[in-house]
Design a protein around this ligand. Structure first.
Ligand code: UDP
Length: 234
């Protein structure tokens, strides 16, 4: 079986497989932040994120969300359906943190009245800017029907994950999703859901249990990923 690298990203390597409709995604320990300006490694991150993402994707599948995941074939590797990805990232915010605090002056931890949906253009050379519905339409990033279906899926995913994490004493502050289309034209959840792509706070102490520990040099980075894996598996 020959596996060629189709794409190497900041946190994952995507390989071809013998089946043209399948890819193999290997999760790396490499970590980047601030548009790649900060680089490092987080020990055991690849294995832990692969495990966390597998559990969460299976949970979402049980709730009727179609995901890319087929099976976890090695500790750090997931066999996935091959998708044509949309050129946007979808962010849901339940509480304010990160870029929205800088952009609009929200205080970190401000609870949103309702989940807030944002789209960002996936374009490193432009710094992945926020895009409005008018931008999405003019740039033809998504059709109106695709945009609306993605919104409904993202809100349903948020409801499922918020409840799952609340049961494990974790606040789901915000997270990023990526969607694509499969060979049959279904809109499918892709990429990963992990402490790299979500903000998680301990519900009681509000301690950060995600990549912000790396971004902001807070220490205890590996421990936070380990703690989140324990809670997800509890
Ligand atoms: N996020 C991500 N990849 C990105 C940008 C953001 O996974 O390229 C996640 C991030 O971890 C957080 C949420 O999306 O959970 C919102 O991120 P934000 O817009 O606040 O940007 P950041 O502060 O991470 O630059």
């Amino acid at each position: 079986m020959t596996q060629e690298i189709i794409y190497e990203g900041k946190a994952k390597i995507v390989y071809s497989t013998d089946d043209p409709n399948m890819v193999s995604q290997k999760f790396k320990d490499d970590a980047t932040a601030f548009d790649g300006k900060k680089k490092g490694q987080i020990a055991s991150k690849g294995v832990r994120n692969a495990a966390i993402s597998t559990t969460l994707f299976k949970l979402l599948e049980e709730r009727g969300i179609i995901t890319q995941l087929v099976e976890r074939t090695a500790e750090d590797t997931l066999l996935c359906k091959r998708l044509t990805m949309f050129p946007v990232e979808v962010v849901i915010r339940n509480y304010a943190a990160g870029s929205i605090c800088k952009r609009l002056g929200f205080e970190e931890g401000h609870k949103m009245k309702k989940p807030m949906l944002e789209f960002f253009l996936k374009d490193d050379s432009l710094g992945d800017p926020l895009v409005t519905d008018a931008h999405i339409e003019e740039l033809e990033l998504l059709t109106r029907a695709e945009r609306d279906e993605i919104e409904q899926l993202a809100l349903k995913i948020n409801e499922t994950l918020t409840k799952f994490f609340a049961e494990r004493k974790v606040l789901l502050i915000d997270f990023k999703l990526e969607f694509g289309k499969d060979s049959e034209g279904n809109i499918v959840l892709g990429d990963e859901i992990s402490p790299d792509t979500c903000r998680f706070w301990d519900a009681e102490t509000r301690e950060k249990l995600d990549k912000d520990r790396f971004r902001r040099d807070l220490g205890g980075v590996e421990e936070a990923y380990k703690e989140m894996l324990n809670r997800v598996e509890s």
